[in-house]
Design a protein around this ligand. Structure first.
Ligand code: TYD
Length: 131
């Protein structure tokens, strides 16, 4: 349903630097980067699937929980390290919750924003995933 990517941090006395490169440690061509800030622990987000989109989500600061659903089962994954990327592709319903103070989520995607690629209705998602 997902895979976890591990990014090597370049650590020295000044801090840690992570580098993301398309078709190297990111497994696709990157057309879009967006990030979410000022997230509220009591305001979960997402609640959609994509017809055709590949993404890597990185919690670059703080922590959060992604719940993923392939229509048959549901799994929750905590992201709490800037060195970890959650790779999602295929027809997967996603929800994001339990944002820590200062949580920032950065998402890399292989397509431009396209509202027609979204499935925002869970029963439509269930219908599509069944068949
Ligand atoms: P939305 O998909 O509802 O966010 P989430 O899945 O985190 O709950 O997106 C919020 C708003 O931002 C919505 O008006 C669409 C817009 N948006 C863009 O304009 N470009 C983008 O790349 C994304 C992901 C969203």
């Amino acid at each position: 349903m997902y895979s976890l990517l591990n990014f090597r941090g370049h650590t020295d006395g000044r801090g840690v630097l992570f580098s993301l490169e398309e078709e190297k440690n990111i497994p696709f061509q990157i057309k879009r980067v967006y990030y979410l800030t000022d997230l509220q622990p009591n305001h979960p987000r997402g609640f959609h699937a994509h017809k055709n989109l590949e993404q890597v989500a990185i919690c670059v600061s703080g922590s959060c929980v992604f719940t993923l659903d392939n229509g048959l089962s549901r799994i929750s994954v905590e992201l709490n390290s800037p060195g970890q990327g959650l790779h999602i592709k295929g027809l997967i319903w996603r929800e994001m919750k339990d944002f820590s103070n200062g949580c920032v989520i950065m998402v890399l995607a292989n397509e431009y924003y396209d509202e027609s690629d979204y499935i925002r209705d869970y029963s439509e998602f269930k219908r599509l995933s069944a068949g």
